[in-house]
Design a binder for this molecule. Structure first.
Ligand code: FES
Length: 167
């Protein structure tokens, strides 16, 4: 025996209303999952911790030399793997003084290379050139290479991590 048409229509309307509400709720939850972290990022609410990372022993570095050092990022995630590694160009000025330059060009963010013979940093993307002290020598970069704070602590050279500067 079939149900009267009025009862079938009522069930159909109730199901449709339920599915509509379910879609709205699931859509809202999904939107919140995306929006909340994005808004936090845009407002700068999520601060990365700044940590001193050891890049070598004091004796590992010759005075006057600039070498590439790598260290773990400021806030590695458990699944970051090798992408948690970042790098800097470390220059030993004298006995206790170092300068750590970001490897990121201040123009559009390409990695700069150190040319020891020329005493210059060179950016391969658009020909940006920086002096050995990080100042712009020529090309499109608008400002000097960014620097990380460096310290010598108990015979070890340490760099203060910070988020990679975005050009
Ligand atoms: S990104 Fe380095 S010169 Fe353009």
């Amino acid at each position: 025996m079939s149900e009267p048409v009025a009862i079938q229509g009522c069930k159909e309307t109730g199901r449709r209303r339920f599915l509509t509400r379910l879609s709205i709720i699931l859509g809202s939850v999904s939107a919140a999952f995306v929006a909340i972290p994005s808004i936090g990022f845009l407002l700068g609410l999520r601060k990365s911790p700044r940590v001193w990372r050891t890049v070598g022993k004091l004796d590992d570095f010759k005075i006057g030399s600039t070498v590439n050092v790598s260290f773990e990022d400021t806030s590695p995630l458990p699944w970051s793997g090798v992408t948690a590694q970042t790098a800097a160009w470390l220059r030993r000025e004298n006995d206790q003084q170092f300068i750590a330059f970001s490897t990121i060009c201040t123009h559009l963010g390409c990695p700069v290379r150190w040319l020891a013979d020329a005493d210059l940093f060179m950016c391969p993307c658009h020909g940006g050139v920086f002096y050995g002290d990080g100042r712009v020598a020529s090309g499109p970069p608008p400002k000097p290479l960014n620097q990380y704070p460096v310290r010598v602590y108990e015979g070890r050279v340490q760099i203060l991590t910070s988020p990679a500067p975005i050009a």
